[in-house]
Ligand binder design. Sequence first.
Ligand code: F3S
Length: 753
Amino acid sequence: LDKKVRQNNWEENNFINYKKMSENLAIVRARLNRPLTFAEKILYSHLDDPHGQDIERGVSYLKLRPDRVACQDATAQMAILQFMSAGMPSVANPTTVHCDHLIEAQIGGPKDLERAVNINKEVYDFLASACAKYNIGFWKPGSGIIHQILLENYAFPGGLLIGTDSHTPNAGGLGMAAIGVGGADAVDVMADLPWELKAPKVIGVKLTGQLSGWTAPKDIILKVAGILTVKGGTGAIVEYHGSGVDTISATGMATVCNMGAEIGATTSLFPFNDRMYDYLNATKRKDIGDFARSYAKELRADEGAEYDQLIEINLSELEPHINGPFTPDLATPISKFAEAAKANGWPEELKVGLIGSCTNSSYEDMSRGASIARDALNHGIKAKSAFFVTPGSEQTRATVARDGQLKTFEEFGGVVLANACGPCIGQWDRRDVKKGEANSIISSYNRNFTGRNDGNPATHSFVTSPDLVVAMSIAGSLHFNPLTDKLKDKDGNEFLLAPPTGDGLPSAGYDPGQDTYQAPPKDRASVTVQVSPSSDRLQILSPFSAWDGKDATDCPILIKAQGKTTTDHISMAGPWLKYRGHLDNISNNCLIGAINAANGEANKIKNQTDGTWGAVPAVARDYKAKGIKWVVIGDWNYGEGSSREHAALEPRHLGGLAIITRSFARIHETNLKKQGMLPLTFSDPADYDKVQPDDKVDILCTELEVGKPITMRVHPKNGETFDIKLSHTFNAGQLEWFKNGSALNTMAKKAKN
Ligand code: F3S
């Protein structure tokens, strides 16, 4: 295990550290003394402190050291801006950025890409220059979808990766634990902080038998989603095993892992096998395959490892499935689908079929899909539905262009879109139906929530394998079952489509296509990060100021929030998303959804300096301008919802000092600490009622110590001053974050010393 094997073909100095991983595992094994699942092996071999870490599945918080970070272009903006504010010269761990989310599908690949490059120029210029400056690999627009690029270039068996996108688990197809996170987590790892994850439970899925005919790898996850539902995987890693695994290609395994996000799983994994070796070899990483073989016994579960839950699927009996509409866990086998469509009144006419996306755009997917399209063309017929193809990467696009599959799809009536997310993320200028008009579409994507693809809440969106998308598009009807129903050829003669066939890997090797990668330059010092001062989408962040070492006195309560206050109430999404790289602009949504206990209204609070009523962000800005620190009073489970770091950045930016609640959602509490704020809870939750919106409070910050409550002195508007105890969960390291102004300031300080 001493060999120096590079993590990938792009970076000279990043190596796979199986030696360290096996040493860490040996320490943990000696402590736990029981067989381990593969998921546990990956996590425990990446522990920051294998000797001291508490380890209990579903209970402990693991501090981990991931091998890599990946960001897509929408989430990368604030992550990189925050990282920059730390003033470090380069990222501490290997990182890549991928431009895939901002390209709208309109007429076809090249034109759509050109338009996107113009519209998003300032975002792309910023990301390209920041990546060059901070030693981050940059994948330009047109390179492909983040998860495909990771699988083709960066994923390796046994590795741990975090990515700022929910379908990051796709890399499980190469036996990597790849986990989707928020931007704040990515920043931590870029800045060398350990990354925290609640030790997941492990759900085992045992596969027996073998895939054949019309059944594709996608059907495994469509079936699992039906069993576990959209919540069933929450807090768990799904680990596939059993003899059936070897009948699935590496890219097929990636598809299964990718869509595991739809059941809420932390990630999904397959054990290292020969199919992965073949894929590594085909993507010019044979040395990694050989190295993985030498570590193979740790790249699968131990004999006798126990799962928290076990599901068994016999692949020989598995039917093709179609899931939807409106939710990915409504699973219907193809034999029952026409009946279900009739019974539920789903619009029969299939308007559009779409294949590709990060879920299903491998060489195998394209080859099998093209074999069905060719069968139709040989009978003189084409797609009845509109048909779109989104290649997952430039490499796959170039290869299927060379080998003829793309030409087949074009003859079939298909439009080839840019190598990007496109309609999967709603970047689709759809014109064939009006908003509100009920209609059906079918795709090989992963997510089909209301309005996701085209913004039309009446669109019935179904997800299935690319094979069924192609077949159903030929018939143009939801009532068609390609396994049993005949089609009519150009002369009106009936025929049955042949089951799909296709190579898993290109026999002539992959064609890399156009060069779409920008490596960090040797001389990074002279690079300037490009952000226009007049931009309304991007803004350079300055470090937050350090604590002044004093108690805070006479702080007004910006708002006493009552009832549910989620991250959506604190930092709304929707139209605000376009400002996610501009902290000052997006701060205009700060707490605008929270309900004011004083009047039961949202976004209407009293300015305590002059008695006028105004919007929450406006009053906060007024306090800030007057040099007044403010606090928020909150109810139970404050900050539940997403891991969105903006919900912590905004109150900090607007001059907030403390958020005082009955209780916090854990991730939001940590995010507040990271930004240098004080998340505090009433030691007696009933004290929430003692504080009134017009009171002023002193926060005795000088009392802060690990494990000890601090005092809040309340000065009621009319009445006697009284004290309340506030609890906190700061540990010693986190107290430094508060003192230095933020976690990033603390890391920057350490890096300088
Ligand atoms: Fe993009 Fe859709 Fe995947 S948005 S990352 S193609 S799930």
